[in-house]
Design a protein around this ligand. Structure first.
Ligand code: ATP
Ligand code: MG
Length: 577
């Protein structure tokens, strides 16, 4: 492509609205433009980058035996009523009516539509296993669209659905997808980690997320330093240590003490001469609108996804001060478990505490000598808190580390949730009707582009991994006024293109400085400059974007040499494992 004819509106300034580097660079490099909150246009070069991801995904899905189809984005409400999700999905599902007053939604995911296909078209065990996928625009009315392509409302997803005769066979399909995803993200040149994950609103029993490791990730992962264990903190199980020596302490009397103005755990602890570990923190949550009081140790945080799963609701949120006031007639900070008239649930660890401090349920007061079971009894006790690096690995007891990740893929074992709800059955070998056993598998194609940039950039711009680069090589013509230089640069462009490469030819009438700047900003892995060195010595300059390494090559050999380098690098990414 000729740069002079392409729409690549690069800018120097960092846009104020962009918080994370991928969002900033996607805007600055002219890849995307915002239409309105969470909605973006992919400009030509942005679309090219996304298509690189799509192609890798498509190749690997096909290699794994999946078949591509394309389902409608608009879905009728009846299907969602059948699955039960019309009620349960919540406000992320954008609903609307057609001219006949019928209810519809924009597809945030396609379990319902594919299960409808399956119940119509899959009748016999002979047709199984089968895996069907599509690459398509999804809509989710996200509560906080942000970070550009990372969390849009409209985004491009690859979603796949497998159908099997049994749980065991579905396990095989799941394994195949796990392998395909590993190949996909390796081929994209990303540093990633599959982790155990929560199943969320999709439902199902078992799932893994594929996480690109990057500081700006919205997810926190816990990784064992000693074994293979890795999990999203939403899922990571806290191992409850054996009761310590405090278990043998004599139980003290529960006494009310004045703690004027002291609402925070740390202040209360200091004032009463105890540590935060000896304080019970009482938090009021709204679980699908219903109040719940949640107890954790003073130095711990509630893990809201664990809470949501425990309560079997679709949404939990921390109640604000006004709501807390309405419910308890107390300011936040003095609420406590003793005698509280709200449903009480406790983290498992709280039940081991002895002679603890807790809010008294009276303004300006706390209780000392609080003992679980004697002074309060939660309706449920479970693992509810966020894991920390002080905890130990649930598999091997090894030490843990925490790191941030961007979820680029998610695979689920769905079992028969959808097929039973929607009556999607097949005839087994014995002639009996059985529910299809399902799995579903998503990749955030547009998010992969953002994640790749989060992981690969420097102060000058994007550094694309070669397999995702919209252009693999850029040819700079720095002698536009010189006919011979221009002819040499043009030929270089055409030769590289003839070698099968994606080439951007910078034929713009711009100063060398801004050409170099743009080439860096766009993140094109290889840069070939035809300019003064060619005019003097018949050599061109080759510069590698990632290392900044520069060398000169004899003009006559340059196109063949550069093409060979690029092809070798691409082959090495394709021949993985
Ligand atoms: P998240 O926890 O980030 O909201 P999710 O669990 O809702 O993700 P899935 O339903 O598993 O996501 O969707 C499959 C994939 O689609 C995700 O792994 C992610 O890569 C991508 N994805 C989900 N929501 C968005 C979004 N709002 N913008 C861009 N990509 C998204
Ligand atoms: Mg989501």
């Amino acid at each position: 492509m000729r740069y002079s004819q392409m729409l690549i509106p690069t800018t120097k300034e960092t846009p104020a609205e962009a918080e994370v580097v991928s969002h900033q660079l996607l805007l600055r490099a002219g890849f995307i433009r915002k239409l309105t909150s969470g909605l973006y246009t992919y400009l030509p070069i942005g679309l090219m980058a996304m298509q690189k991801v799509e192609n890798i995904v498509r190749q690997e899905m096909n290699r794994a035996g999946a078949q591509e189809l394309l389902m409608p984005m608009v879905q009728p409400a009846d299907l969602w009523q059948e699955s039960g999700r019309w009620k349960n999905y919540g406000p992320e599902l954008l609903r609307f009516k057609d001219r006949h007053d019928r209810d519809y939604c924009l597809g945030p995911t396609h379990e319902e539509v594919i299960t409808d296909i399956a119940r119509r078209e899959l009748h016999s065990y002979r047709q199984l296993p089968i895996n069907l996928y599509q690459i398509q625009t999804k809509f989710r009315d996200e509560i906080r669209p942000r970070f550009g392509l990372m969390r849009g409302r409209e985004f491009v997803m690859k979603d796949a659905y497998s159908f099997d005769v049994s749980d065991e066979a579905a396990g095989e399909s799941y394994k195949k997808m796990h392998e395909a995803y590993t190949r996909i993200f390796k081929r994209c040149g990303l540093e990633f980690r599959p982790v155990e994950a929560d199943s969320g609103t999709i439902g199902g029993s078992f799932s893994h997320e594929f996480m690109v490791l990057a500081d700006t990730g919205e997810d926190t992962l816990v990784i064992c330093r000693e074994c293979d264990y890795a999990a999203n903190v939403e899922k990571a199980k806290v191992v409850l240590p054996k009761k310590g020596e405090q278990a043998d302490q004599e139980l003290l009397e529960c006494i009310k003490v004045a703690t004027p103005g002291m609402k925070k755990v740390d202040r209360v602890a200091e004032f009463l001469g105890v540590t935060p570990e000896e304080v019970i923190k009482t938090m009021i949550y709204l679980a699908d609108g219903e109040p719940v009081a949640v107890l954790v140790r003073g130095d711990r945080e509630v893990q809201s996804v664990k809470l949501k799963n425990l309560l079997n609701v679709t949404e939990v949120e921390l109640a604000d001060d006004d709501t807390v006031w309405k419910l308890t007639k107390l300011p936040v900070g003095y609420i406590g478990p003793v005698g509280i008239p709200i449903k009480l649930v406790a983290d498992q660890e709280v039940m081991q505490m002895v002679n603890a401090v807790a809010g008294a349920g009276e303004k300006g007061h706390h209780l000392t000598g609080v003992n679980p079971d004697r002074d309060f009894t939660p309706v449920i006790t479970s693992d509810l808190r966020q894991i920390t690096v002080e905890d130990s690995c649930p598999l091997c007891n090894g030490s843990l580390e925490l790191t941030e990740g961007i979820e680029v893929g998610h695979i689920f074992k769905l079992g028969t949730n959808y097929s039973e709800a929607m009556d999607a059955t097949f005839q087994d070998k014995e002639g009996c009707q059985q529910p299809l056993v399902m799995g579903c598998y998503g990749i955030g194609v547009s998010r992969v582009v953002a994640a790749a940039i989060e992981q690969n950039h420097d102060p000058n711009g994007i550094i694309f991994p070669l397999p995702l680069a919209p252009f693999q090589v850029i040819v700079l013509n720095l002698g536009l006024k010189n006919e011979e230089t221009t002819a040499a640069a043009e030929k270089m462009y055409l030769d590289l293109q003839a070698a099968g490469l994606d080439v951007l030819y910078d034929d713009r009438d711009e100063r060398p400085g801004s050409k170099f700047k743009d080439a860096d900003l766009l993140g094109i892995p290889y840069r070939v400059t035809v300019g003064k060195t060619w005019e003097k010595e018949g050599r061109v300059e080759l510069c590698l974007r990632r290392s900044g390494e520069t060398s000169t090559i004899d003009y006559d050999q340059a196109s063949a040499e550069v093409a060979a380098m690029i092809q070798a690098e691409l082959r090495s990414t394709e021949n993985i494992g």
